[in-house]
Design a protein around this ligand. Structure first.
Ligand SMILES: [Zn+2]
Ligand SMILES: [Zn+2]
Length: 789
């Protein structure tokens, strides 16, 4: 006779709404075990009993074979007396009490669902809202209480008998799939004109026809509306730019599949895995057609005749109709002046159907005007995008949380998250050690996120955007409440930036009954990098950034800190330089060139282009009038960008530096020198040396691409020399790189190479952005570390 064994198993982590209970049910049945499984406030609770060996195998397989979307954080097993269960059941009760369970990020349509989508015999054939327990909308439709359909925007759709049967079938792949639906009971796709009137005909075929005809179509996605045009259509892309008031910032492109994407960009194995992974971010990749630098050429419009319709994996037809050898054409206005292209693959069934119908890639850019937040409510979308889109491909499933596409940049052997949103939020990042008391960190101002930390989990919100925009600020405040409710967190500590004018700081200080912790901007960047890597420090932190509030009343941004999570010391920085005209110097990079060069190189083009204003800027810099001092690395890049004639004034944040990187000759190995000086205080990097060397080369007729290359290498060399000097002073052998300037792949690559060659261990960002989007994680880590002491 076999010995009977009974255990109570508690599983914590991301285990609700991911098919975990059906998985447990089939596992127990396969092993002939009895008992029950149910969701509770912390995760999943299992009572299981049967033969000793069977229970042992159950416990092993529970972690080994868990569903792909789940993420087990902890399993607790308690043995007990067998209760005489007969069979194994799934309990569906609604847990009461404070919530600790997690919510998955939205997930791309899975292969099983794609097969059904393409199968004429399936009842969901060509149904744009097909999903299952392993894929589909999640975070964006959740209103509250994880794991309950009534608390999602799918509550508006009562399930038909067929869907209800699948929903309750423990063995099926739609068991407790909160968003499951079908054509008989689920959301309906429709095409509207800008006044909201429904257009007749098949919405997908009509939308595709409009796109072929050069029109702009708004498409409702998971986290908001996008605006689409055919990617090869220059007139349409230029139209879209004009209507969106988006002058130069590159558009993202969606391709039907990997094969079509390969016609547009160089895609290695890492890129392919990212593009086809369940998060489906926009991935910045080297484009196949070289970046056009001249004026836009002709305006090819219209569709290739006889484009196949209906097939889900239609081969791109333009490849066969006379496009440049080796790739599909992307219209010049899509990503002007850029050697890389932001690419993504379809992540909803609606995208799959539209791309297959159209048989060529589309521009898919945020549904907004200029820098406003992306539209996600139907009426608001019609109002705000009515002047941009010629039609709206939309549906009646509401979006609850506005969520942009995530953006990732690839380096050889490294990934940099530039924007963390759809597909990643709200999944928590694991902390090295638990926080003593729950923390809310309010982040910065642009590229805003907040972070809630409790236990070992840090929930970094999705990218929210610029808080100076009223709508974004409202979302910021509401989303903090939403996250607190979802995850059962009541912050006792509230961390914020030192900048008193940031709206995030003001919001933090308005929260009463909590302890407030002010965090220096660049310390927060380095702490974010430490938390990102699960490293406690101390390190030499290199924070190369735009502008941040320093503790000495000046603006910092090119900082070398001795830092751990609890504190920091400023050991070095770029030499301070006046910003002639203050904020005007951010919008007009040529002013920084004037601040650096003054009247040293009178024959330069940048002086001629700004004749009449140059002398004023030099005067402001020389007298210090209306010229705050800064050690910003971002503005150093701006100064060189304007010097080389790349960008005298900008239309989006970071543009001058981004375009400077795009112009840099990647094979150039020369490096401009910069002196290191010191008196008694911090080490000073004489960044002006780099600008003067660049000006001398330019005067000598050197190619701007070569100069940009030498400048990048010079900055990397200066960082390394400074770190070597600080290693001698401190004994620290690890360097953490953070700040918006390290979004620059060329600089990051060169800096990492040089630091490693000098014997340093180098930490860089992986899971959160080096820009201000990652700042809230650093603030939370610092507040928690200080709470420990
Ligand atoms: Zn699926
Ligand atoms: Zn149904």
């Amino acid at each position: 006779m076999t010995t009977l064994k009974r255990v109570d198993v508690h599983v914590e982590g991301l285990v609700q709404g991911v098919g975990f209970r059906p998985f447990v049910y089939s596992l127990a049945n396969r092993l002939g075990l009895a008992g029950r499984v149910h969701n509770d406030v912390n995760g999943v609770h299992i009572e299981v009993e049967g033969a000793h060996d069977g229970v042992e195998e159950f416990l092993t397989a529970l972690e080994r074979d868990a569903p792909a979307l789940s993420a087990i954080e902890r399993v607790t097993v308690v043995s007990g007396e067998p209760a005489g269960h007969r069979g194994f059941t799934i309990a569906t009760g609604d847990p009461a009490g404070p919530r600790r369970a997690l919510v998955s990020a939205d997930t791309a349509t899975c292969d099983d669902c794609l097969r059904e989508l393409a199968d004429p015999a399936d009842r969901r054939h060509r149904y744009p809202f097909i999903n299952c327990a392993g894929c589909g909308p999640r975070f964006t439709i959740v209103r509250g209480a994880p794991g309950d359909r009534l608390m999602t925007t799918m509550a508006a759709f009562g399930m038909c008998d067929d869907c209800a049967r699948e929903y309750h079938d423990p063995a099926g792949r739609r068991h407790h799939a909160q968003a499951t639906c079908c054509p008989a009971c689920g959301p309906r796709l429709l095409l509207r004109d800008p006044r909201g009137t429904e257009l007749c005909g098949d919405p997908i075929a009509c939308a595709a026809a409009l796109l072929r005809a050069g029109r702009v179509v708004a498409v409702k996605g998971l986290g908001g509306y996008h605006l689409a045009v055919t990617a090869s259509d220059e007139r349409a892309a230029a139209d879209l730019r004009g209507r969106k008031h988006r002058e130069e910032k590159p558009f993202a492109v969606m391709a039907a599949d990997l094969a079509q994407a390969r016609l547009l960009a160089e895609i290695d194995d890492t890129a392919a895995a990212l593009l086809t992974g369940r998060a489906r971010p926009i991935v910045l990749l080297p484009r196949r057609d070289s970046a056009p630098t001249g004026a836009p050429t002709g305006a090819p419009t219209g569709a290739p005749t006889g484009a196949p319709t209906g097939a889900l994996t239609g081969a791109p037809t333009r490849a066969a109709t006379g496009v440049p050898t080796g790739g599909l054409a992307v219209a010049p206005s899509v990503a002007p002046g850029h050697r890389s292209l932001g690419l993504m693959l379809p992540y909803t069934a609606l995208h799959h159907l539209l791309l297959a119908e159209l048989a060529e890639p589309i521009v898919l850019t945020s549904g907004n005007v200029s820098d406003e937040p992306i539209a996600y409510e139907d009426d608001d979308a019609l109002t705000r995008l009515g002047g941009i889109a010629d039609a709206f491909l939309t549906h009646d499933r509401a979006i609850h949380q506005r969520t942009d596409d995530s953006v990732i940049r690839l380096l050889p052997g490294a990934i940099t998250m530039l924007r963390r949103a759809r597909g990643h939020a709200p999944e928590p990042l694991a902390l090295r050690r638990p926080v003593p008391r729950p923390v809310l960190a309010c982040g910065a101002e642009l590229k805003s996120t907040f972070c809630l930390a409790q236990g070992r989990r840090a929930f970094v919100s999705q990218h929210l955007g610029d808080l100076e925009n009223h709508d974004t600020l409202r979302t910021f405040v509401e989303s903090i409440d939403h996250y607190c409710g979802l995850f059962g967190i009541r912050p006792e500590i509230v961390a914020h930036d030192l900048h008193p004018g940031y709206l995030s700081t003001r919001h933090a200080l308005e929260i009463t009954g909590v302890e407030h912790v002010g965090v220096q901007h660049h310390h927060a960047h380095i702490a974010a990098c430490l938390a990102d890597n699960g490293d406690p420090g101390p390190v030499i932190g290199v924070a190369f950034d735009g502008l941040g509030h320093g503790t000495d009343g000046t603006l910092w941004g090119g900082e070398f800190l001795r830092a751990d999570l609890a504190g920091y010391e400023r050991l070095g920085h770029l030499a301070q330089i006046p910003m002639p005209g203050g904020a005007a110097a951010v919008r007009q990079p040529w002013r920084m060139t004037a601040a650096y060069l003054r009247d040293d190189h009178p024959g330069l083009d940048v002086t001629r282009r700004n004749v009449g204003r140059w002398a004023d800027a030099v005067h402001l810099a020389a007298t210090g009038l209306d010229s705050p001092l800064t050690s910003s690395a971002g503005l150093l890049f701006d100064a060189v960008s304007a010097l080389l004639g790349i960008r005298d004034k900008i239309t989006y944040e970071g543009q001058a530096a981004i375009e400077l990187e795009q112009r840099a000759d990647p094979v150039e190995t020369g490096a401009y020198p910069a002196a290191l000086t010191t008196t008694s205080g911090p080490l000073i990097v004489e960044a002006g040396d780099l600008v003067r060397a660049a000006a001398a080369d330019l005067t000598a007729g050197t190619d701007p691409g070569v100069i940009a290359g030498r400048f990048h290498n010079g900055v990397a060399a200066a960082i390394t020399r400074t770190c070597v000097a600080l290693r001698q002073a401190t004994g620290l052998t690890a360097v953490a790189l953070s700040g918006a300037v390290f979004q620059n792949a060329l600089l990051l690559d060169r800096t990492v190479q040089r630091l490693r060659a000098a014997g340093f261990r180098v930490l860089k960002h992986v899971r959160v952005p080096p820009n201000d989007g990652g700042l809230s994680l650093g603030q939370a880590a610092i507040a928690a570390a200080q709470d420990h002491t």
